[in-house]
Design a protein around this ligand. Structure first.
Ligand code: OSB
Ligand code: MG
Length: 370
C-alpha cells in the first residue's frame, strides 16, 4: 500500500451519560478521527483515544494533533508499505505519543485489511468469534444510584461488572453490590488513585472475591505495585502502567500484576499490542481488552483485536448506545442477550463513519497529501 493522503478531524461527541473516574468527570468525548487513503483509492479509519485533558495519560487531543500533523503523517505520506506492521519503523526516533502513533497505525491496519478484502481480526491473526463484554461503571452520587445502574446493565446482558473506585468510594459500594447481587463477576478500577500507604485499606477488599483490582497506584510504580501485590490476595491488573511490551515484561518479572489490560492506544498500536498479547500468553497471564469511551470506529478496532486467543476475560468493549446516541457509525454496535458482541464482518474493521454525523460533530479538520 502507498499512503497518498491522510485526513484528520477533531470530533466532539456528547456522552449519553457523564462518566466519573478517580481523576474527574467527563461529559463529552473529544477524539481525532484519522482517514488514510491508498494510491488505489482504498481507505482506512482510525481513532485517537487521547482525551481533551491529560488525566488518564500525558497525551491530549491537542498534543496528538500536533504530533500527527507535524511528525507522524509526514513520515508516512508517499511511502509504500508491504504491511501495516512496517509503520512503527517510520517513527522509531520519536519518543512517546503512543496514542497519536496508534491512531495512524490502526487506520493503516484497517486499510491493509481492506486491500486484502479480509476482516481485520484475521489479518491480526485470529478468526472472528463472539466477544464477551463487560461494563465499566463510573462513580455515582449514591450507592442506591449505583445499584440501580448495575441492575440496568445486567438486564441488558452484561455479566461482568467493573466499578470505578477512589478513596472514600471503595469498600462500601463493593459491599453493597455483593449484598444485592451476590456472587456476580465483579472488579474495581482505581485509575491510580491510591498510594502505598493505602495497602492495609486495599487489603480489606480481599474479603469480596473481586476478579481483580485495576491500577491501584501510579503508572510509574511497578516496584510499589509488586510490593502491594505481595500483600493482596486479590489480583492486580495493570492498565496505565503498561505503556510498552518492555514494561509489560518488567511488570511480569517483578510480579507487579497477575492480569494485563490491553489498550492499543496506550501501547502505540496493534504491533505493540500483539507483542504484549504473545508475551502474556506465553507466561499464562490472562488478558482483557480495555476501553477508552471510543466511538464506533475505535470500538470496532477493539472488537477485532479481542478475537485473539489470549483475551480470555470479558473486555470493556460495550454497545454504542451506552456512550453516544447516535454513534458515528450506522448500524451501531450492540450487545447480544448472552453478553457477547459480534465483530463487524466485512473487510477491515467492517464499519465506516456516517459523513453527516462526522460533519455535525467536527470541531476542525485538515487533509495532508503526498
Ligand atoms: O481506566 O479503563 C479505564 C475510560 C476512560 C479512561 C480510562 C478508562 C475508562 C473506562 C471505560 O474504564 C471503558 C469503556 O467503557 O470504554
Ligand atoms: Mg482502567
Amino acid at each position: 500500500m502507498r499512503i497518498t493522503a491522510v485526513g484528520l478531524s477533531v470530533l466532539r461527541l456528547p456522552l449519553v451519560r457523564s462518566f466519573e473516574t478517580s481523576f474527574g468527570r467527563m461529559a463529552a468525548r473529544e477524539l481525532i478521527l484519522v482517514h488514510v487513503e491508498d494510491a488505489s483509492g482504498a481507505e482506512g479509519w482510525g481513532e485517537c483515544v487521547a482525551d481533551a485533558d491529560p488525566f488518564y495519560s500525558p497525551e491530549t487531543t491537542t498534543t496528538a494533533w500536533h504530533m500527527l500533523e507535524k511528525y507522524l503523517v509526514p513520515g508516512v505520506l508517499g511511502h509504500t508499505f508491504a504491511s501495516a506492521a512496517e509503520l512503527p519503523a517510520t517513527w522509531r526516533k520519536i519518543r512517546g505519543h503512543q496514542m497519536a502513533k496508534a491512531a495512524l497505525e490502526m487506520a493503516s491496519w484497517d486499510l491493509d485489511a481492506r486491500l486484502q478484502s479480509r476482516p481485520l481480526c484475521e489479518v491480526l491473526g485470529a478468526p472472528a468469534r463472539p466477544i464477551e463484554s463487560g461494563v465499566s461503571i463510573g462513580i455515582h452520587p449514591s450507592i442506591d444510584a449505583l445499584l440501580d445502574r448495575i441492575a440496568e446493565e445486567r438486564a441488558a446482558g452484561y455479566r461482568r461488572i467493573k466499578i470505578k473506585i477512589k478513596p472514600g468510594w471503595d469498600r462500601e459500594p463493593v459491599e453493597a453490590i455483593r449484598a444485592r447481587f451476590g456472587d456476580i463477576p465483579l472488579m474495581v478500577d482505581a485509575n491510580a488513585a491510591y498510594t502505598p500507604d493505602h495497602a492495609a485499606h486495599l487489603a480489606e477488599l480481599d474479603a469480596f472475591d473481586l476478579m481483580m483490582i485495576e491500577q491501584p497506584l501510579d503508572d510509574d510504580d511497578l516496584v510499589r505495585h509488586a510490593r502491594l501485590q505481595e500483600r493482596l490476595r486479590t489480583s492486580i491488573c495493570l492498565d496505565e502502567s503498561i505503556k510498552s511490551p518492555e514494561i509489560a515484561a518488567d511488570a511480569l518479572d517483578l510480579r507487579a500484576c497477575r492480569i494485563i489490560n490491553i489498550k492499543p492506544g496506550r501501547l502505540g498500536g496493534f504491533s505493540a499490542s500483539l507483542a504484549v498479547h504473545d508475551l502474556a500468553r506465553s507466561r499464562g497471564i490472562p488478558l482483557w481488552h480495555g476501553g477508552m469511551l471510543e466511538s464506533g470506529i475505535g470500538r470496532a478496532h477493539n472488537l477485532h483485536l479481542s478475537a485473539l486467543p489470549g483475551f480470555t476475560l470479558p473486555g470493556d468493549v460495550a454497545a454504542s448506545r451506552r456512550y453516544f446516541e447516535p454513534d458515528v457509525i450506522d448500524p451501531p454496535l450492540d450487545i447480544s442477550p448472552d453478553g457477547t458482541m459480534t465483530i463487524p464482518p466485512g473487510p477491515g474493521i467492517g464499519v465506516v463513519p456516517v459523513p453527516d454525523r462526522v460533519s455535525a460533530a467536527q470541531v476542525h479538520a485538515t487533509r495532508l497529501e503526498a
